[in-house]
Ligand binder design. Structure first.
Ligand code: 3HC
Ligand code: NAI
Length: 708
């Protein structure tokens, strides 16, 4: 049976234990081990019933995702096909009870459903999350789940991929009992009670499959929802098709269709991208010179300076994670305003059903407003979120240096300023770093963690671990202007304005990028964030602009007219009082005039070129970031773009997308843009090198000085 599955027998009950840490994935050897155990159980007359349980922290979290590349290429896997093992379990002559703790996900839930009964601890969760990897359940999940839970629930679980808690699984008949106390003892007692009785086979339970008339509206609604909420993704629609097959075809035929759809999804660029994302997010947590065992500073109390847009949101993030937080403002009016915004924000979450009133009341009681630094000496981490200005930041950090206890982490939420210079205002630069949250801070998952020259490893380890506790995806970045995300975004936005100046309409630009999969078009994003933000920064750095190099003009001109975007009722679009956008014909007229004055030739520009201009601008700058060592790996840049900038996950992030297109092709286009637009499009040396040597970003490892 190998080491991965153990079999023990006590008083007529056999116990199979899967032991494949960390998550008991169904790696080669596990299906074989289960099959062998089932054979022995069948052969042993003394065994009356069996239990299958997971060792360690969980039942089974699914197929081994690392194996998918081999499966795709038809290469060697284990000797046994997992779906056929499920048939053996279901046909076992002794009833098999699946005992679930932790989670039963993907192939794990499929395994559980092939058993005759399922019991679980109350904290367990089950789900078919395959669509999040761009695939569908591939071992009869779409066929067995509707037979247990009904078509509506099965379609929702397979198409959306969300997990459900044990209590809900019980309600939907996915599990048969919740076990209080010791799971194994409870499962063995359950097995003893049902031993010798006829055991139900899930594949034969057709009573919940409904009629065609009942199912048609359920399936149609699911397809509508998938097209809207998982726009551009093929797997959710394939999952719905597979569940539909369960309602129309005999079990075996349904399984064959499921397999075909599974293999098609697995072969797609979308699943390759999403599997890349799964591993990239986990890889981002690993810092080569900050090993996992680096001691972290316990964070029990926090403080935030500045209760504006960001500070208020950051205070909510701490409170939501159960960490009491002081919130300091400069004066009472600003403090009242900040608290009012927090209350409104929470009230909105209650109205939408995201939080209960009780949860919100508890969170609000964890946010302590203040105008002074009293209590700051108890804080383990202090996040500064005052106005963006070096002198002010330095003044605040000098104050924090006096107010904070030794060993407290001093973090800045600056989006552009030099962390080392901010740190120089303190006597302890080794405890200073950047924690760059993204607006709205309580919602957006990305957290850029900016490593200063002096930042200690333990401070970095703490910030990385804290990001997870706060529900964020922390990505370590180096200290350069705009850090990684905004530094690249600047180029993307520039190109979006350039193409407008060259003749594409505002709506065409946003539509092209929305259709590419971005959550919003770049110009609509500008209106949302406020066009004045970039305008101010550009004015501040104008002296750095090289003469003769083109820079975007239309956005600045709009600002000069007081068109700052949504907040002033007009920007690239016009807005009504509900902030609904409509195209503004005046903008087209104005842009044409400004372009003529600047001698910019207007022409027709198609969606493909718009996407190339904007996305390759990201890629080219991303290549520089990577080569200069401001990101640890291309995957980290992808994680930043997926979690902070609305880049479509099914394209894997800008760097992965470029690899998918082919770096030679990207490089050739970048060179063509350079010929047309000059040095802003000079190919990054790394892009040139990889294109010429047939390399990829995902295989590139920056030098040892990355984020030094
Ligand atoms: N295969 C391979 N490795 C896996 C894995 C899997 N299914 N699930 C988790 N891991 C690895 C992670 O890569 C990570 O490795 P690392 O320590 O080297 O970085 C380690 O296990 C721990 O994972 P997390 O850091 O994510 O730990 P958490 O405790 O935060 O989360 C989890 C655990 C909820 C299980 C989460 O890892 C997860 O969601 N995993 C994926 C589950 C999934 O999608 N299952 C379906 C797979 S597809 C399938 O089953 C197809 C079937 O229909 C045939
Ligand atoms: P904001 O203008 O909304 O809020 C700043 C707040 O700081 C104001 O309420 C102000 O009264 C307060 N403040 C000023 N001096 C103070 C002092 N000495 N003590 C206490 N409070 C003081 O600004 P916003 O947008 O929240 O930005 C804050 C920081 O976050 C800036 O560094 C900005 O660059 C950065 N940032 C902003 C993002 C955004 O989208 N708004 C996104 C990411 C970072």
């Amino acid at each position: 049976m190998g080491d991965l599955v153990q079999l023990t027998k006590t008083d007529g009950i056999a116990v199979m234990t899967i032991d494949n840490p960390p998550v008991n994935a169904l790696s080669p050897g596990v299906p074989e081990g289960i099959a062998e155990a089932i054979d022995q159980i069948n052969a042993d007359a003394a065994v009356l019933a069996a239990v299958l349980i997971g060792a360690g922290r969980t039942f089974v979290s699914g197929a081994d995702i690392k194996e998918f590349a081999k499966l795709r290429s038809g290469g060697a896997r284990g000797t046994m096909d997992f779906p056929s093992v499920l048939g053996r379990i279901e046909n076992c002559r002794k009833p098999v009870v699946m005992a679930i703790h932790g989670n039963a996900l993907g192939g794990g839930l499929e395994l559980a459903m092939a058993g005759h009964y399922r019991v679980a601890v109350a904290s367990a969760q089950v789900g078919q999350p395959e669509v999040k990897l761009g695939i569908i359940p591939g071992a009869h999940g779409t066929q067995r789940l509707p037979r247990l839970a009904g078509v509506a629930k099965a379609v929702a679980m397979c198409a959306e991929g969300n997990l459900i808690p044990a209590a809900e699984a019980l309600k939907f008949n996915i599990i048969d009992r919740i076990i209080e106390g010791d799971l194994l003892a409870g499962a063995v007692a359950f097995a003893r009670a049902i031993a010798g009785k006829p055991a139900p086979k899930t594949s034969e339970r057709n009573e919940k499959l409904g009629t065609a008339e009942e199912n048609a509206p359920i399936l149609a609604a699911a397809r509508d929802a998938a097209r809207k909420k998982q726009r551009g993704m093929m797997a959710p629609l394939a999952a719905i098709e597979a569940v539909e097959a369960a309602t129309k075809l005999p079990f075996e035929e349904g399984c064959r269709l499921e397999r075909k759809l599974f293999m098609e999804c697995l072969a797609s660029d979308q699943s390759k991208a999403l599997i890349h994302v799964f591993f990239a997010e986990r890889e981002a947590a690993k810092i080569p010179d900050v090993p996992r065992e680096t001691p972290a500073i316990p964070v029990a109390r926090a403080a935030v300076v500045g209760a504006g847009t960001m500070g208020g949101g950051i205070a909510m993030v701490f409170a939501n994670a159960g960490i009491p937080v002081l919130l300091k403002e400069a004066d009472q009016a600003a403090l009242d305003r900040g608290l009012e915004n927090i209350r409104k924000n929470y009230a909105g979450s209650v109205a939408r059903g995201r939080f209960t009133q009780q949860f919100v009341d508890e969170r609000l009681s964890m946010i302590r407003p203040t105008l002074g630094y009293e209590g700051f000496a108890q804080a383990d981490i202090i996040v500064e979120a005052v106005f963006e200005g070096m002198e002010l930041k330095k003044q605040v950090f000098a104050e924090l240096d006096r107010a904070a206890k030794p060993g407290a982490i001093l973090a800045s939420n600056t989006s552009t300023l030099n962390i080392d210079e901010i740190a120089s205002a303190t006597s302890r630069p080794e405890f200073v770093l950047g924690t760059h949250f993204f607006s709205p801070a309580n919602v957006t998952r990305l957290l850029e963690i900016v490593r200063g020259r002096a930042t200690t490893k333990s401070v970095i380890a703490t910030a990385m671990q804290l990001s997870k506790k706060l529900g964020k995806v922390g990505v370590l970045v180096g200290n350069c202007r705009g850090f990684v995300g905004n530094r690249m975004f600047h180029h993307y936005v520039r190109e979006s304005v350039f193409v407008v100046e060259e003749g594409a309409s505002v709506e065409a630009v946003d539509k092209a990028l929305y259709d590419f999969g971005m959550a919003m078009g770049p110009l609509a994003v500008g209106d949302l964030a406020g066009l004045d933000v970039g305008w101010r920064i550009r004015k501040e750095y104008r002296h750095l602009e090289k003469p003769g190099v083109r820079h975007p003009i239309a956005g600045d001109r709009l600002c000069e007219m007081g068109r700052f975007g949504q907040k002033t009722g007009a920007g690239w679009y016009k807005y009504d009082e509900k902030r609904q956008a409509t195209p503004d014909p005046e903008v087209a007229v104005l842009v044409r005039k400004w372009a003529a004055e600047a001698h910019i030739r207007q022409r027709a520009i198609g969606a493909e070129e718009i996407v190339e201009r904007c996305v390759y601008a990201l890629v080219n700058e991303g290549a520089r970031v990577l080569e200069e060592g401001y990101a640890l790996r291309a995957g980290d840049i992808d994680v930043i773009y997926l979690n902070g900038y609305g880049f479509p996950a099914y394209r894997g992030g800008p760097m992965w997308y470029a690899d998918t297109v082919g770096l030679k092709k990207v490089y050739d286009r970048v060179r063509a843009f350079e010929a047309e637009l000059g040095e802003i499009w000079t190919p990054a040396p790394l892009l040139k090198h990889l294109a010429e040597t047939g390399g990829t970003f995902s295989e590139y490892t920056p030098g040892r000085n990355a984020i030094a």
